[in-house]
Design a protein around this ligand. Structure first.
Ligand SMILES: [Zn+2]
Ligand SMILES: [Zn+2]
Ligand SMILES: [Zn+2]
Length: 347
């Protein structure tokens, strides 16, 4: 296969698929995580005083899920999932209005929003790739519940749920956790996805994501298909071994996921991350949920939520930074082949 340049399904984002020097899993050397010995983990039960009071706690009593929050200065430590405001928030609810500078060129707005941490398990090293399925489901449920709470704020337009795994991918603490940032802005990638999917709907009368699923299910980029989901290596993957998970039933909004779907998402997400870990030796990764922003109207028809997993195996250097164009040394077809073989063993 020769090198070729591919365009993302929706975005004006291009990637050089460097097939001529295609790298297989064994070509990537992932260093083992350094052990954080001797350090007190602020996310472990018993150390809640090191973080702000919880806005949402999941507790389990006699097999039943209960909800609570920290109040009156006290902190509970018998939680199974714990959500609280980030100590160093990028955006926060207490902000003053700022004036967009007189000069149009120097535009700005206030940094209003919410930035929370979701501690996914009380167990320090229970990462999603090996998490008890019920625990993973509760962790996703809590993230969705907090995202829904932020969407109820009239000024919030978009809520991003994301996960950084290992220091190389931006996680400063190793204890399993995700984050949510809710802003008054619809970020660039979402804006572009929304715009493209709307145009496609107007032209073709169908959801572009539903069409992507139909096409990719028959391709060599399919990794796994279950009753409600597909996992695939996207056509214009920008990272080696990048994969996406999409619900087969058309749905714009992750927040409307059913209980049965959530069970299955937990299973496929765990298996996908496990397969990635097995194939590449536990690489760092980032994953992001893309779900419908609050606007424009009618978005339910043409947008389709999904999860994008970006293993951190390549360093984006001068070319990528300078151009927004990428070089990927592992064609998605090669990535899918390894992940497909491995995921079967992980389910
Ligand atoms: Zn811990
Ligand atoms: Zn769809
Ligand atoms: Zn997306």
């Amino acid at each position: 296969m020769e090198n070729e340049i591919r365009k993302d399904y929706l975005l004006d984002r291009w990637v050089i698929i460097a097939a001529e020097r295609a790298k297989r899993p064994s070509d990537f050397k992932v260093e083992a995580s350094p052990r954080d010995v001797g350090k007190v983990c602020p996310f472990c039960p018993g150390n809640e005083e090191m973080t702000p009071p919880a806005t949402l706690l999941y507790l389990e009593k006699e097999g039943k899920l209960l909800r609570d929050r920290d109040s009156g200065g006290a902190r509970r430590s018998d939680w199974i999932v714990r959500c609280f405001p980030n100590r160093y928030p990028a955006v926060k609810p207490e902000t003053k209005e700022v004036k967009a500078v007189d000069n149009e060129m120097l535009y700005r707005t206030r940094a209003y929003g919410f930035h929370e941490v979701i501690v996914e398990s009380p167990v320090h090293d229970e990462q999603p790739s090996k998490m008890r399925l019920k625990q993973l489901k509760y962790s996703l449920m809590a993230q969705i519940e907090r995202a829904a709470a932020f969407y109820r704020d009239p000024s919030i337009r978009y809520v991003q749920i994301f996960r950084n795994y290992r220091r190389e991918a931006g996680a400063s603490l190793s204890h399993p956790h995700s984050q949510i940032i809710a802003t008054e802005h619809i970020p660039k990638i979402l804006t572009e996805e929304v715009k493209s999917s709307k145009t496609y709907m107007e032209k073709e009368g169908r959801c572009i994501f539903c069409d992507i699923i139909e096409v990719e299910k028959e391709s060599s980029r399919l990794i796994y298909e279950s009753k409600h989901f597909v996992a695939l290596a996207p056509w214009a993957s920008i990272q080696p071994f990048e994969f996406w998970i999409l619900p087969k039933k058309h749905s714009a909004n992750l927040l409307k996921i059913t209980d049965e779907e959530l069970d299955e998402l937990s299973r496929i997400l765990k298996a996908g991350l496990r397969a990635l870990s097995e194939v590449l030796g536990d690489p760092p990764y980032n994953y992001v949920f893309h779900t419908a922003p609050k606007y424009p109207r009618g978005i339910e028809k043409f947008y389709h939520w999904h999860l994008e997993v970006y293993p951190k195996l390549a360093v984006w250097a001068g070319f990528e930074i300078g151009t927004g164009m990428y070089i990927n040394v592992t064609p998605p077809e090669v990535a899918a082949e390894s992940l497909k073989a491995e995921i079967k063993k992980c389910l």
